[in-house]
Design a protein around this ligand. Structure first.
Ligand code: MIC
Ligand code: SF4
Length: 640
């Protein structure tokens, strides 16, 4: 077996490991963050289960840390109290970005991790089967329920060679994105193997598994070897180490080979993580802002490289450089060894250990500003400035460009960076609060920002509605439900957020949906790529959206739609996508039966604007029942 199959088979509750078949997995660990966590815990509470049943569940606060009003603070207080009550460990604001902290302190090779954040696969760097999902799926897993997914295909990424100086792990994943595109991983696990693996440290592996999310992959995974052992040892956690790798005769569904020695510094240009070119080819581009951090590139080693480059220099006068170390552990080390002082002396603006500018929580660039970011997503408008030009780069490129004031190939900077592998990390888990002891009473704090979740209706006999919007390919959840400093405080308030649903594509969308009494969304390929935020399903639900008809869907978003009773349908004949227009009525007669039959492989007969149209629905039999019930919560309440 390959490594993915080994972990899946050890956690398989039902189904067979045949690509595309629905399987159910036992989940060992869960994580939530605050922007998706309030919904997840409201949903968990509504299930009436007193204590989580996982081996370990954690609630992190890392996204909504700008507190410009009471809203985010209300969310934090709710999550802290509800976590304590139900057996969930609570990582306080300041402790760091969930994926960085989880990798450092809680990752366990061979275990499964389900997180309400699309970058949960970061812990694949420690041979976990780590999957991102909607909050509702995570709530079910906390309650001991299985996680259902279509068995992915396994793609072996065979690494040879080793990274040349000033070329980094970010360039590895950017190269994979260049080759496969943002939908090239949908339905796959990317399993890394080959002699090149040994040359990569755990944080470098984490940069690669983290950004596998941008491929649309279910997850990405590295073997657990002596490099992993050393990392766990340095974290004082060697006891969880065990060797994990594919069998020598393992079979894969697909293969790709990547020679690390041939890579050079790369960048993803606006506005997509797969719009990749070499830094050299566009070097000289004037830069307004450089932002270093995020769950992709905020490890101690990344920060040390940045400090070494900045040492003795001053950030160019046209550039604002911001740096957010990934965790309290990283920041503590930088403070202790003087690297932080070097960054500050060079003119860097130090931010707290959190997501920050990656999710538009501050540091939005100026109008039309060019910003280089070591982050993972550069979808239009995500930075908080609609016309900003965001380039994704590795930490070396970011740091040298901040000094030069223009995009610069780091190989032009005469400096040899040391390879940093700490022998001992300072271990201090005092920012992680333990759950309540048995018998201890905990009052859940519900501030006025916490609003109930919207009601779900069972599927009508005749599903119909007008086309409210006709969209192109690769619409991300940042388009469907934008998130920035102004909107993130309302993650617990779906009615408020609904007024912003799909507004980056069409500012009239919410008003039209309300006026027309709901309707249908039409999308192109890879609809709903990006974040795991359920709000990209909950806000359309609130606006009366009954179905999304697209050319194809991103995995997590399709599951979120189904969990919330919105039917994801695909066009069997692509010409029907071109032919349908705004305002035309879609009708599906006998919808519940047709959806049930679709789960058995039949097509769905519909009409759009009176024309007969053939659609497909990739739901499993279980998901079909869920859609008919009006979503997962109704389905669970029916005692299925
Ligand atoms: C993101 O990077 O887009 C986020 C913010 O972390 C999201 C989660 C969210 O929207 O709360 C994600 O990646 O799932
Ligand atoms: Fe946070 Fe950005 Fe990572 Fe999402 S991608 S978890 S917003 S740092």
């Amino acid at each position: 077996m390959n490594l993915s199959q080994k972990i899946i088979s050890a956690h398989l509750l039902s189904g067979e490991m045949r690509p595309g078949e629905e399987i159910a997995l036992r989940i060992d660990q869960t994580l939530t963050q605050d922007a998706t966590g309030t919904m997840a815990y409201l949903q968990f509470e509504s299930m009436g289960i007193p204590q989580v049943k996982t081996k370990r569940s954690l609630a992190y606060i890392d996204h909504n840390t700008l507190q410009s009003g009471f809203e985010n603070a209300d969310d934090h207080a709710y999550i802290q109290s509800v976590a304590k009550k139900h057996g969930v460990w609570f990582s306080r604001p300041g402790n760091g970005i969930c994926h960085q902290v989880h990798l450092e302190r809680f990752s366990v090779p061979g275990e499964t991790l389900l997180g309400s954040d699309s970058h949960t696969p970061t812990c694949g760097a420690m041979a976990m089967l780590a999957i991102g999902a909607g909050g509702l799926d995570v709530a079910v897993a906390m309650g001991g329920g299985a996680y259902y997914l279509a068995m992915p295909k396994i793609c072996r990424v065979y690494l040879t060679g080793q990274l040349p100086p000033m070329v980094s792990a970010k360039d590895v994943i950017l190269e994979v994105l260049r080759r496969r595109s943002v939908k090239g991983g949908v339905g796959y696990i990317m399993e890394y193997a080959g002699p090149g693996v040994e040359s990569l440290t755990v944080p470098e592996r984490a940069t690669i598994t983290n950004m596998g999310a941008e491929l649309g992959a279910t997850t990405s995974i590295f073997p657990c070897d002596q490099i992993s052992r050393q990392f766990l040892q340095a974290q004082g956690r060697e006891s969880v180490w065990r060797e994990m790798k594919a069998d020598a005769d393992a079979v894969y569904d697909e293969e790709m080979t990547l020679n690390l020695s041939e890579l050079e510094p790369l960048t993803a240009q606006p506005h997509s993580p797969d719009n990749v070119t070499t830094v050299k080819s566009i070097a000289g581009l004037p830069v307004d802002q450089v932002a270093i951090g995020s769950c992709t590139n905020s490890s101690f080693a990344d920060m040390m490289k940045v400090a070494a480059i900045l040492d003795g220099h001053t950030v160019a006068e046209n550039v604002s450089l911001v740096i957010a170390p990934g965790s309290m552990q990283v920041l503590t080390m930088l403070a202790a060894n003087g690297a932080l002082a070097k960054m500050v002396a060079a003119g860097a603006r130090i931010l707290e250990c959190a997501c920050g500018p990656c999710i538009g929580m501050g540091q939005s660039p100026k109008s039309g500003g060019v910003t280089l970011r070591t982050f993972n997503r550069n979808f239009k408008g995500r930075s908080g400035t609609a016309d900003a030009q965001v380039y994704l780069v590795g930490p070396e490129t970011a740091a040298v460009s901040a000094i030069a004031g223009k995009l610069t190939d780091p190989r032009d900077f005469a400096l040899e960076l040391p390879r940093i592998v700490p022998e001992q990390f300072p271990v201090n888990d005092n920012m992680v609060v333990e759950p309540a002891a048995p018998g201890e009473t905990v009052e859940v704090v519900r501030g006025k920002n916490i609003k109930p979740i919207p009601a779900h209706q069972p599927m009508p006999q005749c599903l119909q509605g007008k086309i409210l919007i006709h969209l192109g390919d690769n619409i991300s959840t940042d388009h469907i439900m934008p998130s920035n400093a102004k909107l993130l405080p309302y993650r617990s308030n779906v009615p408020y957020l609904a007024d912003y649903c799909l507004t980056p594509c069409d500012p009239q969308f919410p008003a039209r949906a309300k006026e027309w009494g709901g309707g249908i969304v039409v999308g192109g390929e890879n609809y709903g790529q990006g974040s795991s935020r359920e709000h990209a399903a909950l806000t359309p639900l609130y606006l009366g959206v009954k179905a999304v008809v697209a050319k194809s869907f991103a995995r997590i978003h399709a599951a979120n739609l189904i969990n919330n009773g919105i039917v994801p349908l695909t066009f069997v004949n692509p010409a029907d996508y071109d032919a349908c227009a705004l305002g035309e009525e879609l009708t599906i007669e006998n919808a519940p039966q047709q959806i049930r039959d679709a789960a058995k492989g039949q097509t769905v007969s519909a009409h759009i604007g009176g024309r007969p149209v053939v659609l497909a629905c990739a739901a499993s039999a279980r998901q079909a029942d869920m859609l008919i019930a009006g979503g997962l919560l109704n389905y669970v309440k029916q005692g299925q």
